[in-house]
Write a protein that binds this ligand. Structure first.
Ligand SMILES: [Zn+2]
Ligand SMILES: [Zn+2]
Length: 367
């Protein structure tokens, strides 16, 4: 009996040594630890989608809005000190998703381009030509593929078929960082949602990037009940022609108890997963409309119209300059300052911290 116990103890010890040894070998770059963080930026690109993932210096841009947003995204990335992207993904070939990627791919160093298998469009042809001219590898991740991304894992879940509607051909990705799961669905509609449900995939997520800008034809009842997201992010333009997000979708999300964040009301939204914390950036966001549909406490923590105190920093006196959209702050001497309309002038680090800003990777201001 005693001998058995000794054997078990030895076994446990050797497993422990192997595990610790592995961590030494792989270092912190590839091993998830609670200190690591994943940032998911839902960029405000008007009526379109663009999502940036940053984890342990690995970067992935998923969609980019219409062509006119390509350069805005390049500027946004420069503010974060990002000049190369490990992965660029077009969820599907519509212009409001793939349109801006041609400029991104043409202007930045890109490691890999992922496309879906679907009907070609002008946007996808331009994108493929830009990538091919720079010898960027192009591939289509098959459903069921998993990849490591920083300290996260990305599972490609769909599309499971080629469809009549290009929206249903959207790449569906689940990003898992520790205990936090993000489900990104492009413009997937109910047809493809039902296929994922029928395949019995693990769709549960904490954050759902709501399909097709909140159209009633996506986010079906059963799909939503299965994903059961605590948070729902809707990317759409102010007063867009489609009436997105549709009332039916908002009401289904409300019934499911999901807190809704909308780029048309809030601008760029940044979610950060760190250890057991999942936070949404609520600072420095200027709403363009009242908050009537946003039931999430943001209204109370954001000042739509800020009073101007006597000692407010100006362009001449500011010690730091923040970017309203990217939530990054710079030294006034930085080469990558945001355009005038996106600037926040700040006197002190105290003000910087109160706005929840992060330091620029180019000028590296004190933090
Ligand atoms: Zn779309
Ligand atoms: Zn679409």
């Amino acid at each position: 009996m005693k001998r058995k116990l000794l054997l078990i103890t030895a076994l446990i010890l050797s497993v422990l040594i192997i595990v610790t040894g592995c961590q030494f070998l792989t270092g912190t770059q590839t091993t998830f630890s609670p200190e690591d963080s994943l940032a998911v930026h839902f960029l405000d690109v008007g009526q379109g989608d663009a999502v940036l993932l940053v984890d342990n210096n690995e970067t992935m841009l998923i969609d980019s809005g219409n062509p006119e947003y390509g350069h805005e995204i390049i500027d946004y990335l420069a503010d974060l000190g990002i000049t190369q992207l490990d992965y660029v993904v077009a969820t599907h070939n519509h212009n409001d998703h793939a349109g801006g990627l041609t400029d991104v791919v043409a202007n930045l160093d890109v490691g890999n381009l992922y496309l879906t298998d679907s009907e070609e469009t002008k946007a996808s042809k331009n994108l493929i030509a830009a990538a091919a001219s720079k010898n960027i590898p192009i591939s289509t991740p098959s459903p069921g593929t998993a990849m490591a991304f920083g300290g996260s894992v990305i599972n490609f879940l769909g599309p499971l078929n080629v469809h009549e509607d290009v929206n249903d051909d959207s790449l569906v990705m689940k990003v898992t960082h520790g205990s936090h799961r993000f489900l990104l669905t492009g413009d997937m509609e109910e047809v493809a949602e039902k296929e994922l449900l029928a395949a019995n995939l693990d769709l549960a997520a904490d954050v759902l990037k709501v399909g097709h800008h909140g159209s009633y034809s996506s986010t079906g009842y059963l799909f939503l009940r299965t994903v059961n997201p605590r948070y729902a992010v809707i990317s759409c333009g102010v007063n867009n022609d489609y009436g997105h997000p549709h009332e039916e979708t908002l009401s289904r999300l409300n019934d499911a108890g999901s807190t809704i964040f909308r780029t048309d009301l809030l601008g760029t939204i940044i979610a950060t997963s760190e250890g057991d914390q999942l936070n949404f950036n609520k600072n420095g966001v200027t709403p363009t409309q009242p908050y009537q549909d946003v039931d999430n406490g943001l209204a109370s923590t954001t000042n739509p119209v800020s009073e101007t105190p006597a000692n407010e920093a100006t362009a001449e006196t500011a010690t730091y300059i923040g970017n309203k959209n990217s939530k990054v702050y710079h030294l006034p001497s930085c080469s990558g300052l945001p355009k005038e309309s996106n600037r926040i002038y700040l006197n002190s680090l105290e003000e910087v911290h109160a706005q929840g800003l992060t330091p620029c990777g180019i000028c590296k201001p004190p933090s």
